[in-house]
Each structure stands twice: as structure tokens, then as C-alpha cells.
Design a protein around this ligand. Sequence first.
Ligand SMILES: [Zn+2]
Length: 362
Amino acid sequence: MNELERQLDYPFGEALPERGSAIDVAPGVQWVRMGLPFALDHINLWLLRDEQDDDGVLRQGWTIVDSGIDDPGTRAAWENVFATRLGGLPVLRVIVTHMHPDHIGCAHWLCERWNVRLWISATDFNVARLASSASAGFGGPLSAAFMALHGMAADPDAVHKVGARSNYYKSLVPALPLSYRRLLDGGTVAIGSGAGRSEWTCHAGYGHAPEHMALHNPAQGVLISGDMVLPRISTNVSVIDIEPEADSLKLYLDSIERMRSIPADALVLPSHGRPFKGLHTRIDQLQAHHAARFVDVLEALAEKGPQSAFELVPVIFKRPLDLHQMTFAMGESIAHAHALWFAGKLERRLEGGVFRFATAPA
Ligand SMILES: [Zn+2]
């Protein structure tokens, strides 16, 4: 545990749910953990005790929040959870916080398996539909051209490898439900059974995904934070080819600032890492982390003159990166440069077919 983590409170200590099992974290709330084939090797998913009025018939069951990726291991682990953790009751709906493959990949299977509806923001549903369709042109050559323009041209081999990696999203999210129910910022979703039923409020967050929804239950003091606030790692915030002038990091920082409206003592259920208390402390830490990176970027530019986002990657990430990590790091580097650029602290120039950022004259 690092020094920053020690400022947070982990009410369940070192406990982690075993594969295909769960841990109770609040009344009617269970913590499920699934494996991922990435450097980030796990995702947390949530089971909420629920009931549903089926056209006049009240059915008892469960709501699932987030799905895991779609692979045989995840499906098998879900079957184990269904057999051992639902008390013989069915799944009534699937809520997904955002469109990333580890959150939505298995949703189509869950919705078909139980014949239930997917609940998600309209933006993320539609972007996920596009990204999982082979014809949409996500990733691959467009991504390579964008990264070359931001300085990766200096490493033609890396550009080539980025260009060769198309249909990545579709490989992890092979299908999506054809219909959905829309989650809206500030809207509420009633979840729970009998006297345990209460309202969860949707908090839209930007900068990580198109329109991420965190869910807060004031009555229970529980926040499902998704990827917007994680206890150990900082949330990936990238600029990508689809929206080349995005100011993603400002959107992200503004979004977590708005989450201070949620009480500091809420039990935070994050998608990665362990449930914790200390939401406002963690928001402070994340804001300080990015403020320090802004200082690093400004100092590097003052020292070395104009730099591309590619040249700024080692300023922001002080460890060696493989290609997969490099594509994320490029997106994050551009996001830091853009936040300073849109704030008027940097200028952007096109030099020899490459964007370089320079300190703006005072
Ligand atoms: Zn995500």
C-alpha cells in the first residue's frame, strides 16, 4: 500500500471475492470480481438485491452493475455466481456504467441469458454500438495517423503496429443488445426489495468515457463510482482520433470536482481496486496528481523548447511502456497538453507534419 492509499479507509481490509463468488459489502449489495487479460487484471462488478413490477406481477431478483469482458472464463464465473449467490432468484436487469469492454463486453450475453434490459447512458450505448460494428473504422489507420501527427512519426515501427491493430473493440465486445433503457444525469433509479428499496442517483462523468454514469444511493451511503474515482490508480483520460480537439482532462477534472456533492463518508465501490471510504480525500489526490503533471509539462517545455505529445510521454510516465501502454500514454499526454493549451498556457504549432506544444507568451 502506498502513502496515498494509507490516507483512505478500506473497511474490508485485504479481503477479495474469489472467482465466481462474492462478498456482501452493504445490505443487499454484493461485490463480484472477474479476471481481465490486461495489465489491469481484474474488474469489480456489483449485484444489487431488487424487485420488479412485471406488468402487475411483483418479481424478486437482482440487478447486475457492469458485466466483465465476454470470454468463456467470465461466463463460467457468472454461472457460478448465479448458482451460489442469488438465493435462487433471477437477474432482473443489467446496468452498465460506461462503454469500455471490461464493463459492457458480456452485457449482451447477460441480457440474453436472463431476457432482461440493459440500462446505460444514450451516448455510451450508441458509441458502443458503432465501435463494435466492423464498418465504423475505429482504431487502426486513423489512430496511427493521429498518433503520428502528435509525434509518434519519430517511431515508424510503433505507428505501423498501432495501424495494424484495428477492430480491437469488436474483438472484446462482439455484440450488444439491440435496445436499452436510458440513464440520464441527475435521474434516479429505484433499486431494492420491499423496505430495502431506495433511489440511486445518476452522476454523469466525462473525460474517461463519452458519458459515464456513477450511481449514488444517499439512503445507504453507497457510491458505485465506476472508473471515475479509483483508489489506487488514476483513471485513464485520453484524447483519441475520433475527437482530435477534445479537452478530456478538463472534462474529467470538472466531473470529479462535481462529485464532491456526494458525502465524504460514502462507501465507494470502484471498478478496480478495493471498496474504500475517503471520496473527497481521493478527489484531492487525483487533482494534485494532474496538477503535478501540468507543472512537469510546463517545466519540460521551458527547458527543452517546443515538444510533441510523443516527446512529452516520458515527462508524464516515468516508467518503460509496452505498445499497448504507449497508446494509452499518448492519449494521456495529448490530454495534458490540450488542457494547458485550451487554458491559454500553451500554443500549438505544426512543424514538419508534427504538432508541437510551446509555452504561450505571458
Ligand atoms: Zn473505463
